[in-house]
Design a protein around this ligand. Structure first.
Ligand SMILES: [Zn+2]
Length: 183
């Protein structure tokens, strides 16, 4: 995907890569992480009984932005933070097998999905000769997309807990969440 967001993050990778690939760098960081890591002995069930569905955007640090600690929540992320069938799959497992009861939906300002339409799928088909089975899920009005996401979660027949579902837009410039109320 060549959205402006992905171009920006590619530009941010230092040229030269003296320590190998980006993945090599991540693996090296992991050895330092593991050195300092002590097993908290946690259960897989999220402590706060909450699942957060958010965009994969690199500027959105969910744990810092929401004051979350290790083990507090499930985080389910994809391009746009849209409620796809696969997000419903994860939420269903989160609620039915791992005890979460609340759902927090987070979209954000300047999302790459705002500039994409289903035309993206058509262009893909022309390029590779195969039409993707998935929808692009692009949107023009972020508030409306949050409302639609809330509605999709609330009306899912698979989810036993739909009374505490709230949606927000994260401002990538101020770090603040703004709640979107369902109509
Ligand atoms: Zn986004």
């Amino acid at each position: 995907m060549t959205t402006s967001a992905s171009r920006t993050s590619e530009d941010a990778i230092p040229a030269g890569q003296p320590d190998g690939t980006v993945t090599d760098r991540l693996v090296k960081a992991n050895t330092r992480y593991a050195d300092a890591f002590t097993d908290p002995g946690m259960d897989a069930r999220p402590v706060l009984n909450v699942a957060v569905v958010a965009c994969m955007d690199a500027r959105l640090d969910l744990h810092s932005a929401l004051g979350l600690e290790l083990g507090d929540c499930h985080t389910i992320r994809n391009a746009g933070g849209v409620v796809t069938d696969d997000v419903i799959r994860s939420l269903t497992i989160s609620q039915r097998a791992l005890g979460t009861r609340s759902v927090v939906l987070i979209h954000h300002t300047n999302c790459g999905l705002e500039s994409l339409t289903e035309e993206f799928r058509h262009e893909l088909e022309l390029e590779v000769g195969q039409r993707p089975s998935w929808a692009v899920e692009g949107f023009q009005d972020v508030d409306q997309d949050v409302r639609q996401s809330i509605q999709k979660v609330r009306t899912s027949p698979f989810l036993p807990h739909t009374d505490d579902v709230r949606g927000f837009v994260f401002d990538v410039h101020t770090g603040l969440l703004r709640e979107v109320l369902p109509r």
